[in-house]
Design a binder for this molecule. Structure first.
Ligand code: ZN
Length: 352
């Protein structure tokens, strides 16, 4: 009996150590230690042995039971480790490496500047409004006091829609031909046609002009238009608003200056310069050594515009301003070519 137990010990040791997978190991566990297993069978026969032999055989059989249990457990650990190693090898996994970053999008610089400007003007009471990109000659020119013979109405400066036959069909007494708006000032007219003063609006959007694309020209770009109409609106309010905008958008110690200019829809009209944000006014290539950068056009709303939309120009005054968003973004972020905004180069876009 003792010999049989020792034989079983060797056999179990060999079969367990040569076992290749966890399923096989489980089968071996049943073979040796299960309810009908070989060790159990030995333990069952002990009762039939002579009383003298029972304690020794019982002790040996129990020792064997524990040994087989420990062979199985240690081989199980070995198999599990090998299995993990194999998985790691198969998928080439190094669990100590940091996780992959999920790429996040970023705001387009044009959207960013547009939102910044609308947010800066919001606490002053300016509401953001939008208007159509397909416009009428009336809203794009006539109502803005731009006469029929004005050069900007030429086909070389405006995208007219449809051939002349279509244009005639669409033409009404008041609207003239359809076109792609060449300025966001059209939104001023649409708002004033539909709302009574007082009002304060800021209108961002796309505009279109038949320019040949180069580093500083594009046939589609973005503008932001501002308009305030109320009783006793003054030029100093316009200056204060624009100074605040420049300080918030660029830097608090920025300087501004206003130069007389001409726009058909404002009188008096000005262009506003800011002190060069690249050289701080000392003079550089970007500001052509003047120390100043022109960033927008503005002025007091021309009484003719008020007359056109039916406002009482004796009772109300107002100011308007308009700026090119691409130019502001180029200055603010040091971008040298306007075409970068529309090339969809992810390396460029993810910098913002
Ligand atoms: Zn400069």
């Amino acid at each position: 009996m003792i010999k049989e137990i020792e034989k079983l010990n060797k056999e179990a040791q060999n079969s367990i150590s040569s076992c290749k997978n966890l399923n096989e190991l489980q089968e071996l566990k049943v073979t040796y230690l299960g309810k009908k297993g070989r060790i159990t069978n030995i333990l069952k026969t002990i009762g039939k042995l002579p009383a003298k032999q029972r304690p020794k055989i019982g002790q040996k059989a129990n020792e064997l039971k524990n040994k087989i249990s420990s062979y199985i457990n240690s081989h199980k650990k070995l198999l599990e480790n090998t299995k993990q190693e194999k998985i790691k090898e198969e998928i080439n996994l190094d669990i100590t490496l940091p996780g992959d970053k999920i790429p996040a999008g970023s705001k387009h610089p044009i959207s960013k500047i547009t939102e910044d400007i609308c947010e800066i003007l919001s606490p002053l009471g300016f509401k953001t409004v939008l208007g159509p990109e397909m416009e009428t000659e009336y809203h794009n020119f006539e109502a803005l006091n731009i006469p029929t013979e004005h050069p900007s109405r030429d086909v070389f400066d405006t995208f007219y829609l449809g051939n002349s036959k279509n244009a005639k069909v669409l033409e009404t007494n008041k609207t003239g031909k359809w076109l792609l708006r060449s300025q966001t000032s059209t939104v001023q007219i649409r708002i004033m046609e539909n709302y009574s003063p007082p009002l304060k609006i800021v209108a961002p959007g796309k505009v279109y002009r038949p320019d040949t694309p180069d580093a500083s020209h594009s046939f589609m770009f973005h503008q932001i238009e501002g308009l305030m109409v109320d009783k006793n609106v003054t030029f100093s309010q316009l200056k204060g608003t624009l100074l605040f905008l420049a300080q918030e958008l660029f830097t608090p110690d920025i300087k501004v200056r206003f130069r007389p200019h001409f726009f058909p829809f404002t009188e008096p009209s000005v262009e506003m310069d800011i002190s060069c944000i690249i050289c701080q006014g000392k003079g550089c290539r970007v500001c052509s050594n003047t120390g100043w950068l022109e960033i927008l056009g503005a002025g007091m709303v021309d009484p003719n515009v008020f007359k056109t939309v039916g406002y009482n120009h004796n009772k109300y005054t107002g100011f308007a301003f308009g700026m090119g968003v691409e130019r502001l973004a180029m200055l603010k972020y040091g971008i040298e070519d306007i075409r970068l905004f529309t090339e969809n180069d992810i390396r460029f876009l993810k910098q913002f």
